[in-house]
Design a binder for this molecule. Structure first.
Ligand code: ZN
Length: 154
C-alpha cells in the first residue's frame, strides 16, 4: 500500500468514527439535503452564513458510507470560517480533483488536507459518495431559504 493510500485509509476511518460538526446547527439560515441513490448515502447539511458572507457554522447529519461521512466531516472543518466565495471555489476544486480534472499537487487550490481524497478518482463507484457532501454544500449556499436538492416538492 502506498503512503498516500495509507493516509487516505486512516483519515477515512478517523472521520467515520468521529465525524466532526455532527448534527444540525441552531439558527441555520441555509439547509440542503443530498442523496446518492447509487450507494444510499443521504446527508442533511445546515449552515449559518453571517453578515460578512462567511460560513460561521456548519453541521451535517444523515446516513452514509464511510467515504461519504468522512468527506462530509472533512468538508465541514474545511469550510468553517471561510468566505462563501472560497467555499464555492472548494466545491469546484474538490469535484475536479475527484474526477481527475485537477491535480491537487500541481494546480492551484484551497483543498489542503482534502487532498487525501484525490485517490477516489480511481474508484468510479465511490466518486459520487465523496462528492455528495460538496454538491449538498453548493445547494445549501445557493438556497436563500430552506430547500432540498432533490426538489420533489417544487
Ligand atoms: Zn457512499
Amino acid at each position: 500500500m502506498s503512503a498516500s493510500n495509507q493516509l487516505y485509509q486512516e483519515v477515512i476511518l478517523d472521520h467515520n468514527r468521529k465525524p466532526r460538526n455532527w448534527g444540525a446547527i441552531e439558527g441555520a439560515n441555509h439547509r440542503a439535503e443530498g442523496h446518492n441513490p447509487l450507494c444510499g448515502d443521504h446527508i442533511v447539511l445546515t449552515l449559518s452564513v453571517g453578515e460578512g458572507r462567511t460560513v460561521d457554522a456548519v453541521g451535517f447529519e444523515g446516513d452514509g458510507c464511510a467515504i461519504c461521512k468522512a468527506s462530509a466531516s472533512m468538508m465541514t472543518t474545511a469550510v468553517k470560517g471561510r468566505s462563501v466565495g472560497d467555499a464555492e471555489a472548494m466545491v469546484q476544486q474538490f469535484r475536479d480533483m475527484a474526477t481527475g480534472k485537477l491535480d491537487p499537487e500541481h494546480d492551484a487550490n484551497l483543498l489542503g488536507r482534502l487532498k487525501v481524497f484525490s485517490g477516489v478518482k480511481d474508484l468510479p463507484s465511490r466518486v459520487k459518495c465523496a462528492i455528495l457532501p460538496w454538491h449538498t454544500l453548493h445547494a445549501a449556499l445557493n438556497n436563500d431559504a430552506l430547500a432540498s436538492t432533490e426538489g420533489d416538492a417544487s
